[in-house]
Design a protein around this ligand. Structure first.
Ligand code: PEP
Length: 251
């Protein structure tokens, strides 16, 4: 069946990469994207902030998109060590990940903070990728769908529309562990996310919902074929160009 939403395969490089290896990786991914000439899917890499400008330069003209991994809610000011959405845009980013579980746990980011960051992304002209996902204890306690609903209602700003929002469902227990939910569990979570989005906005059917958590070349086809899955947010496997491109090919 033809997809109505253009899939997005996003790589989150996390705190990995120095100039030489990151640029080599970016060039390899960009070459693969350029060679494939995809118009039916988008590929995005989110390097550390120090490398956004260089990676954007390496990706130029290839079709590969570049994003940030986080931003501050404010445009500028006395926030030592932070980076604004405007700065990411200025460096060549088109997207920014907000509310990744590692930032929620490492930095205490709440839904309200994530929502403010998504609004900052809009202010700067960036597409926010809002991350949500349950912990293992929450899943085992049967609370997954309720947790996703609470996170969505708290993190997705009022005034959202499909053209300005991507949501990534990332079960915390599946990130970097090699474990994944079953295809049915992914489909159930995504169906619930779309239903909740329907109560928050008028064109929820157009929002792209990414699955994230231990996606690799060998499981991508199955996970990407699950109901309501419109792409993937990929951590570890995005650090290898061939593996990342294999995930994109599996769409
Ligand atoms: C992530 O960090 O967003 C992620 C999904 O990581 P991994 O693919 O390594 O599980």
């Amino acid at each position: 069946m033809a997809r109505t939403r253009r899939p997005l395969i996003a790589g989150n490089w996390k705190m990995n990469g120095l100039t030489s290896d990151a640029l080599a990786l970016a060039k390899d991914v960009a070459a693969g994207v350029s060679q494939a000439g995809w118009t039916d899917r988008e590929l995005l890499v989110c390097p550390p902030a120090t490398l956004v400008m260089a990676v954007a330069g390496a990706a130029k003209g290839s079709g590969l998109l570049v994003g940030g991994q986080n931003c501050h809610a404010k445009a500028n000011g006395a926030h030592t060590g932070d980076i604004s959405a405007e700065m990411l845009k200025d460096a060549g980013a088109s997207h920014v990940i907000v509310g990744h579980s590692e930032r929620r746990s490492d930095c205490g980011e709440t839904d309200a903070i994530v929502r403010a960051k998504a609004q900052a992304a809009w202010r700067a002209g960036l597409m926010p990728i809002v991350c949500i996902g349950e912990t293992l204890a929450e899943r085992e306690g049967g609370k997954t769908l309720a947790v996703l609903e609470t996170q969505l209602k708290g993190s997705v700003p009022a005034g959202s529309m499909a053209a300005k929002l991507v949501v990534a469902y990332e079960p915390v227990w599946a990130i970097g562990t090699g474990k994944t939910p079953t295809v049915d569990e992914v489909a159930a979570a995504h169906a619930h996310i779309r239903k909740v989005l329907g109560s928050l906005m008028s064109d929820a059917s157009g929002v792209r919902l990414l699955y994230g958590g231990s996606v690799k070349g060998s499981n991508a086809a199955e996970l990407l074929a699950a109901g309501d899955v419109d792409g993937a947010l990929v951590g570890g496997a995005s650090l290898n160009a061939a593996e990342f491109l294999a995930i994109a090919k599996a769409v």
